[in-house]
Write a protein that binds this ligand. Structure first.
Ligand SMILES: NC(=O)c1ccc[n+]([C@@H]2O[C@H](COP(=O)([O-])OP(=O)(O)OC[C@H]3O[C@@H](n4cnc5c(N)ncnc54)[C@H](O)[C@@H]3O)[C@@H](O)[C@H]2O)c1
Length: 392
């Protein structure tokens, strides 16, 4: 096992801060011991953002270029948490420098760039993983277990949505999220998560069809200052065209069933509305990110007349939660930030050389990141051809 691991996070925005906090907490969950974790640097081109995050989360320094992090001898592990169009250059540069890289989803802004990253990962000395954070969500992982162990049995129908409202206002400022080719909007942003979850539960998609995109707000004002995440800042009178989708939907075919997936960034009242129902041979399950501490479960062996969905409160006997909270007791509550902790923990366990059998499930590979983007590209092809079926 490594003597210690030096950490850097590139990008001090919305998700970068979640990564920075997660590395800080990762060694405080579970009994098994990680090597000492050194919180070395937050990298951000905006020095103020970098300094604020470093101070807040206890990182020793900031760097304003990824190259400085690539060259630093005291850094082993780097999370790349910046705009998707920047992933390829930064990630391949870090891999060439021998760093272990955890890249945010989607793997990149285009399939060509994602494939180049996966090629680089194959020959790189370090680990290369992509952060599909929702595989760490206890309720989602538990439903997967119930499908796989036969309690729910094989999937017949998946109905999923990821509705968000961050772009609802026409005064929401232009940012990298609104720029890119077909399918890089809501589909790439939250649809990459929903697509990953659908396959995590139902197995690989065989085809997609019925692709639809809608851009509701076609131009957005330029911000007057720096903007991160979904923040609203003061804006100018100058407007720039939105290039990608506000709403997207498609249908999918799995080996044993079908699915429908809908995503939006203009759904008022849904700040983070990830929700799905999965209908299987022996019952059904419902997950709703607004209530992450529970799932709804229907098992078709209850007595007629009294059967129905029941609320299953998640606790230490469910995935990730046993030993995975500081106060390791049922009903204490958890949310999306814990998923980042379990993701960071998994990556550190891999990098530290802890055997896979003694670790949390590994993070997704870059090849899986490419596969996810192939589906998004197929949805874009379907949308451009009036919804035609595209084989995967
Ligand atoms: N897993 C999740 O739940 C989740 C949630 C949100 C975002 N994301 C992903 O995380 C990534 C970043 O999204 P975000 O919302 O945090 O972005 P953001 O816009 O909030 O932050 C990006 C940060 O990168 C900085 N930056 C820009 N260019 C840079 C460069 N060349 N080098 C270093 N820093 C640079 C910016 O100053 C900013 O602070 C995206 O890939 C996004 O899809 C994942």
């Amino acid at each position: 096992m490594a003597d210690s691991l030096g950490i850097a996070v590139i990008g001090a925005g919305m998700a970068g801060r979640a990564h920075a906090a997660a590395y800080r907490t990762a060694s405080t969950v579970y009994e098994s011991v990680l090597p000492p974790i050194r919180l070395v640097s937050i990298g951000d081109v905006n020095a103020d953002f970098g300094r604020a995050a470093a101070d807040r989360f206890g990182y020793a320094r900031t760097d304003s270029s990824w190259q400085a992090i690539a060259e630093a001898d005291d850094i082993d592990v780097v999370s790349v948490v910046i705009a998707n169009s920047l992933h390829r250059d930064v990630v391949t540069g870090l891999l060439e420098a021998g760093k272990h890289v955890l890249c945010e989803k989607p793997l990149s802004d285009s399939l060509a760039n994602a494939r180049a990253m996966a090629d680089a990962a194959r020959t790189a000395p370090g680990a290369a993983r992509v952060g599909f954070t929702f595989r760490r969500t206890p309720g989602i992982a538990f439903i997967r277990d119930l499908i796989r162990d036969g309690t729910l049995g094989s999937v017949r129908h998946f109905s999923g949505r990821y509705w968000t409202d961050y772009a609802t206002s026409s005064r929401a400022p232009m940012s990298w999220r609104y720029q890119g080719g077909p399918g890089t909007g809501a589909l790439g942003d939250v649809g990459s998560h929903l697509t990953y979850i659908a396959e995590f539960l139902c197995g690989e998609m065989k085809s997609v069809s019925g692709g639809q995109f809608s851009t509701v707000i076609t131009e957005r004002p330029e911000p007057l200052g720096a903007v991160t995440g979904h923040d609203h800042v003061a804006v100018s009178d100058s407007y720039v065209s939105v290039e990608n989708d506000d709403v997207a939907s498609y249908a999918a075919e799995f080996a044993t069933g079908i699915g429908t997936l809908e995503v939006s960034r203009v759904a008022p009242g849904h700040p983070n509305g990830l929700m799905f129902e999965v209908f299987c041979e022996n019952g059904s399950a419902v997950f709703d990110q607004r209530r992450p501490g529970e799932i709804q479960l229907f098992i078709d062996d209850d007595r007629p007349g009294t059967n129905g969905f029941r609320q299953v409160i998640l606790g230490p006997e469910h995935p990730y939660l046993g030993g995975g909270l500081a106060m390791d007791a049922p009903g204490t509550g958890f949310g999306q930030n814990e998923a980042f902790v379990y993701q960071a923990r998994s990556f550190l366990e891999e990098v530290a050389g802890i055997d896979e059998a003694d670790s949390l499930p590994r993070c997704a590979s870059f090849d899986e990141g490419v596969h996810n983007m192939e589906i998004l590209a197929a949805v874009a092809d379907s949308a451009q051809a009036n919804g035609k079926k595209v084989q995967l």
